[in-house]
Design a protein around this ligand. Sequence first.
Ligand SMILES: [Zn+2]
Length: 405
Amino acid sequence: MANSQKTGVFVRSGLGGIKEVIEPLISILTEAIKEGATDIHVDPTDQGKHVRYRVDGVLHDKTPVPMSMRKRLLNQVKVLIDVDIDKSFVPEEGFISLEIDGVQHDMRVTIAPIGDREAIHFRFLSSDRNLRDLTEIGMSEEDREIVQQVIDAPYGMILVAGGTGTGKTTTLYSLANILKSERLVVTSIEDPVEFRLPHVRQLEVREKHEFTMYDGLRVLLRMDPDVIVIGEIRDEPSAITAARAGLSGQLVMATIHSRNPTMAVDALNNMKVPRYVIGGALRLIIQQNLVLRLCQDCKREVEVTGQARDLFERHGVSVPPSIHEAVGCSQCGDYGHKGRTAVFELTPVDLVLGQDIAGGIGTRELSSRFRDARSRSLVQDILHKVADGDVSLDVANRFIGSLRD
Ligand SMILES: [Zn+2]
């Protein structure tokens, strides 16, 4: 911090102006960046402003901004996003970028009136997110081999399934990045483009200019693609076009909002994709979720208790000699956890299973067939991560509990 005060920290505002940032905002922003926060929440209270960071999906209380600094903070944010400081009864939105140590951090800033006061929200926009390979995002060797086998014969459809904020897009980019081949024309339609991939022809949805995902897909299909990457399948015409492309020999990779593989099939079917098209095109479903990763600098080795032993045995995962628990250190801001890892469940769809889907197999029967076909379940995958010292037993237990809800 001393260093930044000497040289000054500057922000580029949405309209292009360069402005210096001062206290208390500068501490809030630099600390949030240091901790790897995705969001900063600043809410009014009788004592001033309540400040919280969201780091790896979890909210953390920070030192509040005292009453005496409250107005100054608010005005500073308004100046940065070019909003009239006297205007306080309508929501305002703006963008700022802040450069620290040569790294640019882009943020969307929203100010909303709460009674006669105002709340501020900062969202970091994919600044410190790097393109990572499948190993780095937590995919086991066994699962990576399955992905490779499917991709080696590039046709059909790969679905990356999960809820909001489960890391689906990161996985999709990792998959697209494997296909760095000169023999293939790799294309994508995204909303929005989050990473630039030099070897991929990336189109961006622009709803404002009436360029929809479906429009983008049609453009891509006219341009002789081998691989089509789709940010997220959300509408009927895109779903039908994408699945048909998979059926006619292209490799289509897309994310879909779904809690399990059976629901992913249902979701496509609900978007009017005929069962025979789904069954014919689908080759792999990657179901995933994100969990907190133990800080590797301070985790502590502990013995496996009887209860933990039961858990491993019940799910057919070999009981490790020891596991690790969270502690907390300066590297992880005393959280005991740092970053997140994905947990995966891969379900390859072979010819026979495809024919069953095409034939209209019932939901219960399909779930059971998917269970037989999958490599390891989400629960088995997280238990392997506990055994490897990547995830704590507490986090695993909470995750397993959440699957039953
Ligand atoms: Zn630590």
